[in-house]
Design a binder for this molecule. Sequence first.
Ligand SMILES: Nc1nc2c(ncn2[C@@H]2O[C@H](COP(=O)(O)OP(=O)(O)OP(=O)(O)O)[C@@H](O)[C@H]2O)c(=O)[nH]1
Ligand SMILES: [Mg+2]
Length: 233
Amino acid sequence: MIRDAAIVLLTLNEVQGLNALWDRIPRDRFRELVAVDGGSKDGTREFLAAHGVPILDQTIPGRGVAFRVAAEACHAERLIFYSPDGNEDPDDIERLDDLLLGGARLAIASRFARGAVNEEDVSPFRPRSWANQGLTALANLLFNEGPWVTDTINGFRALRRADLLALDTSVKRFPIEYQISIRSMARRWPIAELATNEGQRIGGASKALSWPVGKDHLKVLFSELHNARPLRD
Ligand SMILES: Nc1nc2c(ncn2[C@@H]2O[C@H](COP(=O)(O)OP(=O)(O)OP(=O)(O)O)[C@@H](O)[C@H]2O)c(=O)[nH]1
Ligand SMILES: [Mg+2]
């Protein structure tokens, strides 16, 4: 059975990851496969074109913009966002879709659920994990009345296209996922997680600089306190 869902590749100079992961992406089982590209110059676009993947362009940079470009352009009912940089296990793509089919409105591949592995587990000093978990705790305490969500930030996630449009997101860059999680919590949507195994980056360079990105997440948290009608006011 072909899933009425789209795999959305998010790419900005990820040709090495794409090369390594391509054969593991379960594209035959999905109605759509598209890429939203942020202006790659490393051969990513040529790779996608050679493999027949439609490329959606964004005029404004940022992952947040890319999420909205996909929501507007895709046709399938559900969207699974997949970043082919090595961090995300392609075996989880169908599992995320299964969580939506099981009733979730938002499905997240969690790096902090019981049994999960995150890329910093190899090191005793884990600033990124700690910052992620602190931000996740704040989101749960301020907005969530349902079961505790262990990873509000990971970009490897799925939701219905109509739901993403209805959330009316505004974030342009990295904290898009945090805004989606917070707004889903505030609406009391069922959120489901699976424990994922976060791999190491395969090539290229990170686009997420820790401090600016952390600060942007805090800004989103504060603006959602005003905008998203927290449940505990
Ligand atoms: N379309 C699009 N994709 C982007 C943009 N910025 C980042 N990406 C992609 O989003 C994914 C995640 O970005 P990363 O730089 O890996 O961020 P990260 O996963 O937090 O950091 P790492 O630990 O270095 O992997 C990658 O596949 C990037 O290519 C953008 O502006 N537009
Ligand atoms: Mg990454």
